[in-house]
Design a protein around this ligand. Structure first.
Ligand code: SF4
Length: 350
């Protein structure tokens, strides 16, 4: 049994999540990248299983100190598109607003691992005002994605301020929160936090979940509190070697999410963050998994398999397309879920 609250590296040994002989290695990793687990996550880990898929996501390992040539400090190019602190404006009609870089846990594969958990931990009030003003001044911004870090670590009072301010900007139609908290720290989703998300504009919550064992009864309760408040729920999952690079695991995860009223939205190919090569599989393997989900689960359970092009060039779908040109008489070849090809007529003349 582990104590409640947040576990840092020195607590991992006493919680039997790390052997005492590995503490020096873990401390070296913690000197570079933030470490924290919640009690809910720690309780899910089987210390007797060296390949436990929950431990692999959150317990640091010496492999993180090995940096591959292709890896980058800012793998998706946030800095390139950040005109002022707290704002990333990569696409014309939407911005990221990052009010904090703190998270309840620190995922070992995080694409923002060079900034999360570091200081300054939150945008101060003048910087937050400048971020709001940036959004106010640009009528082309239709959607604000509040991310971080994890915005649900903020007190409900701060969240209320963010939601109310965005709600009052006439050209904003959608306020979208990206959070890991309902899954890794479900008790944080209190009635006060849910109340803080109330708005006239559409508010969406996108939760991050990677393995079906994360979907505990407590997580269901947290998600139910959000969905009962009328908040549409979506999910994002990172495809991770040894954790969920298996069709049966992905199927169980996506079915579990849908059963908790969460629509799987993105399956991310893991980014080229430094010290994360041990988590990545190849794109061809990812495509085989995406293809194997076709026909195996309904469209409701299928996220879009995407890659953020390194350097900040945007997010693109990379699942194999079932239709290919080159059929008879200018037609198409279309592959069914069993892998059998079928002819489809040529396109009509324009
Ligand atoms: S919760 Fe999200 S931002 Fe925080 S460490 Fe995990 S992946 Fe990174």
């Amino acid at each position: 049994m582990v104590r409640t609250g947040t576990l840092r590296e020195q607590d991992l040994v006493s919680a039997r999540l790390v052997e005492a002989g590995r503490l020096a290695e873990i401390t070296r990793v913690a000197g570079k990248f933030a470490v924290a687990l919640t009690a809910d996550v720690a309780e899910l880990i089987d210390p007797a299983n060296p390949a436990d898929p929950i431990a692999a996501q959150f317990v640091p390992s010496g492999a993180e100190l090995e940096v591959a040539d292709e890896e980058r400090a800012d793998p998706i190019g946030d800095a390139r598109w950040s005109p002022i602190p707290g704002i990333v404006h990569r696409y014309p009609d939407r911005v990221l607003l990052k009010p904090t870089v703190l998270c309840p846990v620190y995922c070992r594969f995080c694409f923002r691992r060079e900034v999360v958990g570091k200081r300054p931990a939150v945008l101060d009030q003048p910087a937050l005002e400048r971020a709001f003003e940036y959004i106010r001044q640009r009528p082309e911004i239709w959607e604000v994605i509040v991310t971080g870090g994890d915005p649900f670590v903020l007190a409900p009072r701060r969240l209320t301020e963010i939601v109310r301010t965005l709600d009052q900007i006439p050209h904003i139609a959608v306020i979208r929160f990206h959070t890991r908290a309902p899954v890794v720290d479900p008790r944080r989703v209190t009635p006060a936090l849910v109340e803080a998300l109330a708005a006239e504009k559409a508010v969406y919550v996108v939760v991050h979940a990677n393995h079906p064992r994360e979907l505990t009864p407590r997580v269901r309760e947290a998600l139910t509190r959000l969905s009962r408040a009328g908040i549409p729920l979506l999910s994002q999952t990172v495809l991770l070697r040894g954790i969920n690079d298996d069709a049966a695991v992905l199927e169980a995860l996506f079915r579990g999410l849908v059963a908790m009223r969460v629509k799987p939205y993105y399956l991310h190919h893991a980014d080229l963050a430094r010290g994360t090569a041990h988590f990545r599989i190849g794109i061809a393997a990812g495509q085989r998994l995406a293809r194997s989900l076709r026909g195996r689960v309904s469209g409701l359970c299928q996220p879009t398999y995407v890659l953020d092009i390194p350097g900040g060039y945007g997010k693109v779908p990379i699942a194999p397309c079932a239709a290919s040109a080159g059929g008879e008489a200018g037609g198409w070849n279309v592959e069914d879920p069993a892998g059998v090809q079928h002819a489809y007529p040529a396109d009509p003349e324009d």
